[in-house]
Design a protein around this ligand. Sequence first.
Ligand SMILES: *[C@@H]1O[C@H](CO)[C@@H](O)[C@H](O)[C@H]1NC(C)=O
Ligand SMILES: *[C@@H]1O[C@H](CO)[C@@H](O)[C@H](O)[C@H]1NC(C)=O
Ligand SMILES: *[C@@H]1O[C@H](CO)[C@@H](O)[C@H](O)[C@H]1NC(C)=O
Ligand SMILES: *[C@@H]1O[C@H](CO)[C@@H](O)[C@H](O)[C@H]1NC(C)=O
Length: 510
Amino acid sequence: MVYTNPDVINAPLIQFRNKRPKLAKKTKILIIGGVSASVAIITIVVLCVVLTGNSSDPYIHFKFTESFDQIPNPERGWHMHQDSLDFADGSLNWLLTTWRDSYTVNYVPKNTNLKVFGTVLFVKVNLKNSKALANIPSAKLTEIRQAFTNVRNNNLKVIFRPAYDYDGVSKPEPAQISTVLTHLADLAPVINDNKDVILGVQFGLIGPWGEMHSSIYNGKNGQITYENAVKQIGDKYLQLLDPEIKIMVRKPSDIGLILGKDSYTDISTRIGLYNDALYTNADDYGTLDPYNKTNTTIQNYIQQTTKYSISVGETFSFQSTDTDIKGNYSTFNNVVKEAGIQHITSQNLWGFTEDFNGPANGDDSYFRWSDTSFKKFTNMMGYRWVLLNLSYQNAKGHFEGHFSLKNVGLAAIVHKRPVNLVIMSGNIVQKTAINTDPSSWYSTEEYKILFDVTTKQELIGQKCDIYLEFPDKDAALALKPLYSVRLANSDVTWDDATGLNKIISDLVMQ
Ligand SMILES: *[C@@H]1O[C@H](CO)[C@@H](O)[C@H](O)[C@H]1NC(C)=O
Ligand SMILES: *[C@@H]1O[C@H](CO)[C@@H](O)[C@H](O)[C@H]1NC(C)=O
Ligand SMILES: *[C@@H]1O[C@H](CO)[C@@H](O)[C@H](O)[C@H]1NC(C)=O
Ligand SMILES: *[C@@H]1O[C@H](CO)[C@@H](O)[C@H](O)[C@H]1NC(C)=O
């Protein structure tokens, strides 16, 4: 099911070595005192400590190998967008059940059978029929709750967007913004009750497809301005939604409107971006209007604010008939560069594949990407954690040391989650929380993380396996292993049934 990617950017071509604990072979510790490298590690450590005391390195060191397999980790990667009704009534059960491990992309020309392992679905909530009503009917709210339930049952997460139009009709909103605010208040409890499976909520509500343009709130014919509408709805979002829920807006300048600050000054960790015209042209089809990508103020702002919040989007360059758009901005290198600046966590597969009725003219850049490029980009979105090395001491009832890891993805993970060190022998399990926050493991950075476990008495003298666990922060989802994060290492053993990453086998705890 998994594929191997032979030439991913910066791939350190470390040779695969034997299984742990023999992996420690190459480390300095084995050279001390001229002891043969073939002698068992544990013996050497004991000898070193005993014979040379403080002058020797008491730690055992392991190095790990990066994997280039596609990993269906939570809260990242490709998404597909569909209507909440279809998620609720069973029409999309085929997608819910294939998306995580067997969805096949059929229209990348070089290989018609690429698998995509997605963990995010985009739920569109169409409020067209509520436009003339004071409140959203309870049947509609029930439908949305059911959509969330079905997504949760399939171990997936949601990007959520409410809008008054999904057909491309201009000015679709209710004439009075007070109606929008009431509708948002109707939605808020449904959203908050499902925050465990929400990757982020897109502002929506304004304009066709909720894309925050072509709005009735345009300052004309007695209407309030766009800026006023964004401020009022934005304030309502911040007030009504649980503070842990991330909100996204279309334009970088919208963040300033909500914060009530000059645009492009304040970074918000809570308000991120959804760019619906990624890599399209100089100003991403109006997303950066009135500026473009040559403006370093805008570039720097986007780069900073998306580092700490959330950034997702979609592309549609092949659909455009503008000759200056088609192709030029969707070369692989350009996409990687721009996705890096924008810290893209999740992107619509629509625009890359058959899912939008095939390419308009058959010559879109994405369709000229090689399979290798497509796979590379698939792995890059969001976070991707590679364990680099581990050093530990196992003595006198303490298992103590540190590990280093690198986030080789385009972004940090959006939400905080626990990091646990798990020591296990049969039914005896000791789980210790490590004091670190993965949402601050930023793209391309390396981190050294310390641990110090007082080993449980029952485990001393027992042969144990040692694991790292990154479960969801929600207590109920933490019990569902497919919501845990898998490390991108070929020599770390992952188990779908437990959500544990095994880093050491058969260590007798001292
Ligand atoms: C980008 O904006 C600058 C400054 O407004 C302008 O001179 C330039 O022509 C624009 N470039 C593109 C490609 O639109
Ligand atoms: C770049 O964007 C900033 C917005 O902060 C604007 O003030 C400035 O005039 C822009 N520069 C150019 C060359 O358009
Ligand atoms: C794309 O970029 C090239 C080089 O910058 C330019 O010559 C060309 O006119 C642009 N437009 C298209 C449609 O290729
Ligand atoms: C572990 O990896 C980090 C980051 O690459 C590096 O700084 C450190 O020296 C490595 N430690 C060992 C023992 O190899």
